[in-house]
Design a protein around this ligand. Structure first.
Ligand code: CP3
Length: 341
């Protein structure tokens, strides 16, 4: 995985899966029940380490991802976060001006348990397994902070952007600064690389994508590299479509995560020549399996296997995903014939 992040094409490609620790695994559900609330699980170094390791033991993925959530950052900034069973996240209703006035300086102190988890995972993980840290991208975090919950179309944040652009810009500045210190601290605590999840990048218009997806990410990459010049950073701008190549070029990330809607011809011809790519199997194949899964795996390898590739899904596995389909995907990738350019 680290060789691919350095730009090498490796066969078979390294493989991990977004949300690889989660509710589709019975052993996760058992620990989750023991922890109480979801955030209690995120803030327990012992239990968060355990659930991070579960998919590594079961499937032998090439990378582990820190078990936490992107919303621990707003929580640490002082906007209270909780999760409603069966519904999703809630954040305390807070005015846009108050959000823009939050102090990024407090974030590390409150995220100490997560940083402790990073160290404890690294100590328990086989040395050949890459440990990924992560955070949410500023725009995606802002959508939850402004709406106070998940929404289908991010209308509250998009509206705030059009009506109160300067306040949204100040909130983005807070989140850029918090992300730089948090990612740097994860790398110092033992993460080998980090991924920044911009789940809602695709809700921005063309101008907005440049100003609120590309530019904050460019500043995060620059800020982390100023502190750790060797930092390896993956950007995942979900829904970026035709923006993928300019995102890759202008943010300076080491690799770009690609969702399952992206055109593989476009990714091979326009993105992979700039940076290694990660993705992009439709997570629904983890539910449906069978020969449809095999064909979809082959299609990713046929398009992207000749260049630097990290095999992954195009978004997280859902709670109805099946472990047997995960095994089938991994076996198919690892047994595949090398592709050549
Ligand atoms: O990938 C991993 O295995 C690492 C852990 C991880 C979680 N969330 C665990 C989680 C990561 C990297 C995230 C990122 C995250 N969290 C994102 C960005 C990536 C993405 O999936 O789009 C976002 C938008 C969130 C916010 C969030 N967290 C939502 C909207 C929800 C509720 C939706 C749901 O699936 O229930 C969560 C909860 C959450 N985060 C769960 C897990 C395993 C399920 C909660 C539970 O176990 O009860």
């Amino acid at each position: 995985m680290m060789a691919v992040l350095a730009g090498e094409a490796i066969w078979p490609p390294p493989i991990w899966m977004m949300r690889q620790a989660g509710r589709y695994l019975p052993e996760y559900r058992a620990v989750r029940a023991e922890a109480g609330s979801f955030l209690d699980l995120c803030y327990s170094p012992r239990l968060a380490t355990e659930v991070t390791l579960q998919p590594i033991r079961r499937f032998g993925f090439d990378a582990a991802i820190l078990f936490s959530d992107i919303l621990v950052v707003p929580d640490a900034l002082g906007q209270k976060v909780w999760f409603v069973e069966g519904e999703g996240p809630r954040l305390a209703e807070t005015s846009l001006d108050a959000l823009a006035d939050l102090d990024p300086g407090t974030v590390l102190e409150r995220l100490q348990p997560v940083l402790e988890t990073v160290g404890s995972i690294r100590a328990a993980l086989p040395s050949e397994t890459t440990l990924l840290g992560f955070c949410g991208a500023p725009w995606t975090l802002a959508t939850y902070m402004i709406a106070g919950r998940g929404t289908p179309d991010q209308m509250p944040a998009r509206r705030a952007l059009f009506e109160h652009r300067q306040a949204v810009e100040r909130l983005i500045d807070v989140l850029v600064e918090a992300s730089v210190v948090y990612l740097t601290a994860q790398l110092e605590a033992g993460a080998d690389a980090v991924q920044v999840f911009d789940t809602w990048a695709g809700s921005l218009d063309d101008e907005g994508f440049e100003a609120f997806a590309i530019e904050p990410m460019r500043r995060i990459v620059e800020g982390v590299r100023a502190r750790r010049p060797d930092a390896r950073i993956i950007g995942f701008p979900k829904g970026a479509g035709g923006h993928l190549a300019s995102y890759a070029r202008r943010t300076g990330v080491d690799a770009v995560g690609v969702d399952w809607q992206a055109s593989l011809d476009h990714v091979r011809d326009q993105v992979q020549p700039i940076v290694p790519v990660q993705g992009n199997l439709d997570p629904l194949h983890m539910v449906t399996g069978g020969e449809g899964l095999d064909r979809a795996v082959d299609r990713v390898l046929d398009h992207l296997g000749a260049g630097p590739l990290i095999f992954n899904l195009g978004h997280g596995i859902t709670p109805d995903g099946k472990a047997e389909n995960v095994e089938r995907m991994i076996a198919r990738v690892r047994k595949a014939e090398p592709r050549s350019a």
